[in-house]
Write a protein that binds this ligand. Structure first.
Ligand SMILES: [Zn+2]
Length: 203
């Protein structure tokens, strides 16, 4: 007796159903993002602090991503129908196009996001850690912020001290007092800084 996946018809049926399921999911999410303003479905954006969110063209980005997902859903459906009818080379062509369009969509998102240089100029401390916000759970991020804020950087030239997190640094569960090149607000240029625990956190 044949098991389920030893029959070619069953494999093609499973492929078709799975693709239709994915397409439906893409279409629903795409529609919600593009037309229902469900911006928090966009990963990266959902965890960003407000100061960073304000610098996104979120309407443009959501339309771009939502329409992109719907386009991919259509393509996936067409490819799975090819697969169902045994037109394998057509199916492979469809999936190649699928990959290509995915890349175009991802590259296209940059147009709607804040340019890194502008982000650094305008940024409150949150914006300097935008990458952490986009990849880490909020609670871990807060812990890293609290840890980093126990430290300060002191300019070796002018003595100006700055909160390490505000300066864009991350120092968490660290020991020692290293020296680093960093931008000094007072000198207005790169200077060697001593990284030290703030007096109130020293033992
Ligand atoms: Zn200085």
């Amino acid at each position: 007796m044949l098991t389920f996946f030893e029959s070619e018809d069953n494999v093609r049926l499973a492929g078709l159903l799975f693709s239709l399921f994915l397409s439906t999911l893409f279409t629903i999410v795409g529609y919600m993002v593009a037309y229902q303003k469900r911006y928090n479905l966009i990963s990266g954006y959902n965890r960003a602090p407000q100061s960073v969110k304000d610098q996104y063209d979120i309407e443009g980005l959501s339309k771009h991503l939502g329409d992109g997902l719907i386009t991919l859903a259509v393509l996936l459906t067409i490819s799975s129908v090819f697969f169902w009818f045994g037109l394998d080379s057509w199916m492979i062509g469809g999936m190649g196009l699928f990959t290509f369009i995915t890349l175009i969509i991802l590259i296209g998102t940059r147009k709607f996001m804040p340019p890194r240089r502008l982000l650094a100029q305008r940024s409150p401390s949150d914006a300097k850690h935008a990458f952490l916000y986009s990849v880490l759970p909020t609670r871990l991020n807060r812990a890293m912020e609290a840890g980093s804020r126990q430290w300060q950087q002191e300019c070796r030239k002018c003595g100006h001290a700055q909160d390490y997190w505000e300066a864009g640094g991350v120092r968490w569960k660290a020991v020692g007092e290293p020296s680093q090149l960093a931008l000094c607000e007072e000198c207005g240029t790169l200077r060697w800084h001593k990284i030290r625990k703030k007096p109130e956190f020293r033992k």
